[in-house]
Design a protein around this ligand. Sequence first.
Ligand SMILES: Nc1ncnc2c1ncn2[C@@H]1O[C@H](COP(=O)(O)OP(=O)(O)OP(=O)(O)O)[C@@H](O)[C@H]1O
Length: 249
Amino acid sequence: MIELERVGRSFKVKRNVVHAVHDLSFTVSAGEFVGYLGPNGAGKSTTIKMLCGILTPTSGRVRVAGLDPSRRRTTLARRIGVVFGQRTTLWWDLPLADSFELIRLLYKVERAAFRSRLDELTETLDLGSFMRTPVRQLSLGQRMRGDLAAALLHAPDVLVLDEPTIGLDVVSKAGIRDFLRRLNAEQGTTVLLTTHDLGDIERLCRRVMLIDHGRLAFDGTLEELMATAPDEATIEEVVTRLYTGSPAQ
Ligand SMILES: Nc1ncnc2c1ncn2[C@@H]1O[C@H](COP(=O)(O)OP(=O)(O)OP(=O)(O)O)[C@@H](O)[C@H]1O
């Protein structure tokens, strides 16, 4: 479903070249739920932007649902859903319901299919009580549920999430995690999840990829990740060791 083959992406900054992603190869199969971890500046957002076609790789080959994202961005948009936790894709001054209707028109989703999908998402994400509220008046947790619905209205095969639980309280986080778990298990949606919240990783991801300085530093199951450190280590300690090369303080 997602294939990267020796992908590189660099940026020219004044006279220097920053290699944000370097010689990165991995494959994510249909139906997987994969955590994509890495310290600040490791290259996660750059990878995600290449998956959606926002950025073109400087070298190598990217395929999502068999498509080259930078060349087939419009076609790919029908197969992929993307949520950036720190930014909303909803219309700030419009009620949530109107944002959804605009998305339906943009994606050319047929009205009956849209209605049943929206009904299902309204129930599972509990959107009913704020459907007529302008997005700017929503709480962060409500807005995030709205953004998730917006990304899923066209029933994409792949969902890419960039920090979807950032700033959420424990109850809201649990609700979003439960929703994502069910989406993956019941509908087979492939999920790539970028987060700094290791609770998200522990509770959701069977497989974890860790990127550091633009290169893949670990790719394996959650159990294999935990086995890289002594038995009693917490996931925070395991990941700190991998980020810094030394045990957590
Ligand atoms: N448009 C850009 N121009 C120049 N440098 C960039 C650009 N985008 C990213 N970079 C650089 O590429 C590197 C990787 O950045 P990226 O945003 O992909 O990291 P990240 O893993 O998503 O970090 P974070 O966890 O902090 O969000 C960083 O050194 C960053 O400064």
